[in-house]
Design a protein around this ligand. Structure first.
Ligand code: 4AD
Ligand code: MG
Length: 456
């Protein structure tokens, strides 16, 4: 269907000015007086609508005012207008798809809670058009960053047998219903599709490490799945994760990479989504752009876990979860550090080994690991990061301590047996950084079809 994107019309308005153009889209608003009809049309290519003007008195054909949501193909003259910059004086209107009166998006504004009940229609709203435009630009910026820095993009498996994080949050994958004839679990799993217990990956890291061990530096960018029962505004059962893995890099190096990467992708979005960010800036009370520019232009804090605990203890705050050395930091603690104490992103480093995953490099103190979480104001953790334990014996000990079946990890352990090297990596939660950049408060409003506990 030959037509011009509305984005193009506005971007090259000089070229199209006073000429005949054809556009397609959906009616956002429509009103008429006795002699003139005004229609706002949107085609998803731009946050901006094009205004259509129908001169009813001089039109050759009489057009009924289309209802909100109707899909149209329009031809007309693209003319300068005092109010809108440009508008289209319609000469021909074809209804591509009618939209009956029970179309739920009749009003100009709907609450996000309401829109969550109609996820199949919400991409037709300004808010979700903006969210998905930024989501798209951010994905591209991420690929661009790694591509231009010589990383190889790896596609790690989604079906897997290993629980990378060891948190027992894997979704099971099976084609085999349990029946009472199986004597035990082993027999049941052996009879299943893969001949073994299988699930959806919680992280591509272990396979990413294996790839990096030959390719030097790689990244993954794909869906990951967690059967976490945390019903919060920051947890989804299906979310996207970016996981670079870098050989010959220690914790200090990977922190530098992570900081440069975060600043770079934020800058790309600011540069390439001006309309969308202006929209989110206004929605969030005009502090958003200033915050993002501040992030790009300042150094992130690097703070040892032990020092973080001291700051929290001295804060005089009544936390719901009291802080003691050895405890995992809760959202309230993360918020205090990033929102009240430092007011900027903070890398908390060197966590107690007991609260972190098996693969992290053990520090000489025997108590902590060379790991860091990047915490940001308003969200909390957006990155989980560590130098990996490169010593085969130490790694096996950490696994044994966690009762992990070493025989299931022989491929992974071979990376430490054959030419082991210092290496590090991190995982960035894609929806979390998207929330941070847009100021969107609920992870459910960053995904096309959010999957959360109790909701598919
Ligand atoms: O901290 P996590 O669990 O780290 C890993 O999975 C490592 N294997 C990463 C690595 O070193 N390659 O998860 C990484 C990030 C978190 O910081 C968070 O941003 C995001 O993934 N995340 C979630 N995002 C949305 N919903 C959930 N349920 C999430 N769980 C983790
Ligand atoms: Mg984490």
């Amino acid at each position: 269907m030959k037509h011009t994107d509305i984005k193009d019309l506005f971007a090259s308005s000089d070229k199209y000015s006073n000429g005949s153009v054809t556009v397609c889209g959906w009616v956002r608003t429509a009103r008429e007086s006795k002699s003139i009809s005004f229609i706002e049309l949107n085609d998803g290519t731009s946050l901006r609508n094009i205004q259509l003007v129908i001169d009813k008195e001089n039109a050759k054909t009489v057009y009924a005012l289309p209802s909100v949501g109707t899909a149209l193909k329009i031809t007309g003259n693209f003319v300068p207008s005092e109010r809108n910059g440009y508008e289209i004086a319609v000469t021909d209107m074809e209804v591509l798809g009618e939209c009956p009166a029970d179309y739920p998006l009749q009003k100009k504004f709907h609450t996000l809670e309401y829109l969550r009940t109609i996820p199949h229609l919400r991409p037709r709203t300004r808010f979700f058009e903006a969210v998905f435009a930024v989501r798209n630009e951010l994905s591209f910026a991420i690929h661009k960053y790694f591509h231009s820095h010589g990383y190889k993009y790896m596609h790690t498996p989604i079906l897997t047998g290993s629980d990378c994080e060891g948190a027992g949050e894997m979704f099971r994958v099976t084609t085999q219903p349990w029946n009472a004839n199986y004597k035990n679990e082993e027999e049941y799993f052996a009879d299943d599709f893969f001949g073994a217990k299988a699930g959806l990956t919680v992280s591509g890291q272990l396979e990413g490490e294996i790839a990096a061990m030959g390719l030097g530096k790689i990244y993954t960018f794909g869906p990951t799945f967690r059967a976490e029962h945390s019903n919060t505004t920051r947890h989804a059962a299906e979310f996207w994760q970016i996981e670079p893995e870098v050989c010959f890099a220690d914790l200090h190096d990977i922190i530098e990479i992570a900081e440069d990467f975060i600043k770079n992708i934020i800058k790309e979005v600011i540069d390439n989504c001006p309309e969308e960010l202006a929209f989110f800036n206004e929605r969030s009370g005009n502090g958003l752009l200033e915050k993002l520019r501040g992030v790009i232009n300042s150094d992130f804090i690097k703070l040892k876990y032990t020092d973080a605990v001291e700051i929290l203890k001295k804060s005089g705050k009544e936390f719901k979860y009291p802080v003691e050395w050895g405890c995992d930091l809760q959202t309230e603690h993360e918020r205090y550090l990033t929102e009240e104490y430092f007011k900027k992103p903070v890398f908390v480093t060197d966590y107690p080994a007991d609260i972190k995953a098996f693969y992290m490099k053990q520090n000489p103190d025997g108590k902590t690991v060379a790991a860091t979480d990047l915490l940001v104001p308003g969200i909390g953790e957006i990155i989980g990061c560590s130098e990996r334990e490169a010593d085969l014996v130490k790694l096996k000990n950490a696994m044994a301590k966690r009762n992990m079946p070493l025989e299931s990890y022989t491929a992974y352990l071979d990376t430490r047996k054959f030419g082991s090297v210092p290496h590090s990596g991190f995982g960035l939660g894609f929806e979390r950084i998207l929330m941070y950049i847009t100021g969107v408060q609920n992870i459910r409003d960053t995904l096309l079809f959010p999957r959360t506990v109790g909701s598919l």
